[in-house]
Design a protein around this ligand. Structure first.
Ligand SMILES: Cc1ncc(COP(=O)(O)O)c(C=O)c1O
Length: 400
């Protein structure tokens, strides 16, 4: 018998080698108590959270929590069914209405996760014989959507408009083409040149899908994302998003103005063949989305914090993923996995949680300490964070 687990041996070996150095397992941390969007108890210690995707700090919003409790009381703990059978409640429709208003678009479809939204939309609209042209650093859910739909994958160099154009020009003019882009790329926190990319995609007859998972709520005048900020939202055919980041709960969605969009509810397998979100979740999501429409003060504060943290880390001598803050994600580049894990642990001992990211999730084999800010971080907390980075960086020898 061939042990089907033998393919994981190199990974098991790498993990064992890392843990043998005595470092705490960075992928097994428990939040023992969560006090607020920015503070939790980890290993018995009060810890500032700088590695959540809670960009707009909605998880403890009073109205959001009240809406969830009310729906739990009135509609029960779960729907126990698919959206196309018994799993569409009033709350799911209200959530889709909130999304349509938020994006000023005609159609909205709510999925059980953002992963499933990409999986479902991409696999359903781009099938065998069609082409999906995507940035090589695209999220796993985008790649998985292409694989599930059996479309031809054409990858181009990260954020390279010329490379995208060259690939497009080589494809048969009559073939179905979907260009898939992200507003903010979550590993380095850099923003896509959507305006130019959308222009060359349109010139070459492609439809466009933009995943705004890391920009919704924060980037753009109304928080609609990078496409809004760059003035091209009307040229995007499909926007994908998630409730697991700025919205502060769980779920995913697609919004669109395509006149035939609603047919997807019958043919999109990751929408049809899974249970719908619990009533409490769609109620919290709808309330949060409606509040995000009026989030301009929070957006301004989050920009301010992101800029201060980026400059502070750079002035301390850390190598960062971008030259300036382009989003709420600031990636600190580590020399290797071992040093990265040591720095991650040193920060945790200082009372600061960040995300340790490593290949294959990261581009170019990098190990990153990914910091993501929250609109609820105070300026004092940002100062504290910088102090903790300085102490840990000196102790581990990342900075002088
Ligand atoms: C770009 C991107 N798309 C989609 C997703 C999936 O979102 P969800 O957590 O809702 O499954 C993520 C989550 O990390 C993401 O970063």
């Amino acid at each position: 018998m061939t042990d089907l687990f033998s393919k994981f041996d190199p990974l098991i070996q790498q993990r064992e080698t890392l843990l043998a150095t005595g470092v705490t397992d960075p992928y097994n941390l428990v939040m023992e108590k969560v006090i607020s969007p920015t503070v939790a108890i980890c290993n018995g210690r009060e810890t500032i959270l700088l590695g959540t995707y809670n960009y707009m700090g909605m998880t403890f919003d009073e109205d959001v929590i009240a809406a969830g409790k009310d729906a739990l009381d009135k509609f029960g703990s779960g729907t126990t069914g698919s959206r196309v059978l018994n799993g569409t409640y009033q709350g799911h429709k209200e959530c889709e209405e909130a999304l349509k208003e938020f994006y000023a678009m005609d159609h909205a479809m709510v999925f059980s996760t953002g992963y499933q939204a990409n999986l479902g939309i991409i696999s359903t609209i781009a099938g065998k014989g069609d082409y999906v042209i995507l940035d090589i650093d695209s999220h796993a859910s985008i790649y998985d959507g292409c694989a599930m739909g059996n479309a031809e994958i054409v990858a181009f160099r990260h954020n390279d408009v010329e490379a995208l154009e060259k690939r497009l020009k080589r494809l048969p003019p009559e073939a179905g083409k979907l260009v898939v882009l992200e507003g903010v790329y979550s590993m380095l926190g850099d923003v896509a040149p959507l305006k130019e990319m959308i222009r060359v995609s349109k010139e070459n007859g492609a439809m466009i899908l933009v995943d705004e998972a890391h920009s919704m709520g924060f980037i753009g005048e109304n928080g609609r994302g990078v496409a809004e900020a760059q003035g091209v939202i009307d040229d995007v055919d499909f926007i994908i998003g998630t409730f697991s980041k700025s919205v502060g709960t769980v779920g995913g969605f697609c919004v669109s103005n395509h006149p035939k969009f609603e047919i997807l509810r019958l043919v999109c397998r990751p929408y049809v063949f899974t249970a719908s979100l619990p009533p409490s979740v769609v109620a919290t999501a709808a309330t949060s989305i409606r509040k995000l429409m009026h989030g301009s003060n929070k957006r301004a504060h989050l920009w301010e914090n992101s800029k201060v943290l980026h400059k502070g880390l750079r002035d301390l001598g850390f190598q960062l993923g971008t030259d300036e803050a382009q989003s709420a994600i600031i990636a600190v580049i580590m020399p290797d996995l071992e040093k990265g894990a040591m720095m991650w642990e040193a920060l945790l001992e200082e009372g600061l949680y960040v995300n340790l990211a490593r290949p294959p999730a990261t581009p170019a084999g990098m190990t990153l300490l990914r910091c993501s800010l929250c609109a609820e971080h105070s300026s004092e907390q940002v100062g504290e964070i910088l102090g903790r980075f300085e102490r840990a960086g000196k102790r581990i020898g990342i900075i002088g």
